[in-house]
Design a protein around this ligand. Structure first.
Ligand SMILES: C[S@@+](CC[C@H](N)C(=O)[O-])C[C@H]1O[C@@H](n2cnc3c(N)ncnc32)[C@H](O)[C@@H]1O
Length: 236
């Protein structure tokens, strides 16, 4: 397993997930770039968003993913789980979800076999191992159900040496515990949990990124994000 500390070029003080997002929440939505995850979700073709009846949004954060799903026509129930209370408060105010619960994506307490989509955006780098996530997603999924995972690309984390981080009120850059999962780690964990990979996209540092982050010119055309779409066997 790769250790982020072997790639770290920043040396920021590192905090755990709940501490980090608890402090980042006030500025989170101003700093997260839609081109990292929502632009990739837009490219996916395997999921007919408008037909989904029950969706579990694991690591729902402030509700960005939930709001995107609603815009894409998801009218069924949408349940969100996250372990940071402050992020959930923002999601509650946003109102995209029907139910929001404080919990861990690896043991959500949600109903087994009930969801035709389990989705997680930008959370896998906070999990030391992927197996427990894909296993829990598999428990939640109905026959024929999908699991969509959007991730910061492992190549980008390694090439940039940058952990997931934010800047606090005093100007200190603070890292949130970051793990590197190769795409083959996703494939191994997903297949091991009984999922079938049906679609995959990778985002690169393109003109949209360079407009926002001209200092990333040195990463032009490097992969920066990835989306994987998994499906359970069985009739939907
Ligand atoms: C970068 S945010 C992404 C939030 C949202 N999906 C989005 O795209 O904006 C990561 C979120 O994952 C949550 N998180 C990380 N590890 C988690 C875990 N093991 N269980 C539940 N939530 C977790 C954090 O609290 C945080 O809200």
């Amino acid at each position: 397993m790769l250790d982020f500390s072997d790639f770290d070029t920043r040396g920021y003080r590192t905090v755990d997930v709940a501490t980090g997002y608890g402090q980042w929440v006030g500025t989170y939505e101003d700093t997260v770039e839609d081109v990292m995850d929502l632009a990739l979700l837009e490219e996916l073709t395997a999921v007919d968003w408008g037909r989904l009846r029950h969706v579990a949004d694991l690591g729902c954060g402030t509700g960005r993913t939930g709001a995107w799903l609603r815009q894409r026509g998801v009218s069924g129930t949408l349940d969100g789980v996250d372990l940071t209370p402050g992020m959930l408060r923002v999601a509650r105010a946003k109102g995209a979800h029907d139910r929001l619960a404080e919990g861990d994506v690896r043991a959500t307490g949600l109903e087994s076999g009930a969801y035709d989509l389990v989705i997680s955006s930008l959370i896998d780098e906070h999990l030391p191992e992927l197996g427990p996530y894909y296993t829990e997603a598999g428990r939640l999924a109905a026959p024929g159900g999908f699991c969509v995972v959007v991730a910061i690309h492992p190549h980008f984390i390694m090439a940039s040496g940058m952990p997931t981080h934010f800047t606090d009120g005093s100007g200190e850059h603070i890292a949130i515990s970051t793990h590197i999962h190769l795409l083959s780690d996703h494939v191994t964990a997903g297949l091991g949990a009984g999922w079938r990979l049906v679609e995959m996209r990778e985002g690169i540092v393109d003109g949209r990124w360079l407009e926002r982050k001209p200092q990333w010119e040195k990463y032009r055309n490097h992969p920066v994000s990835a989306a994987l779409v998994w499906q359970r066997d069985g009739a939907a």
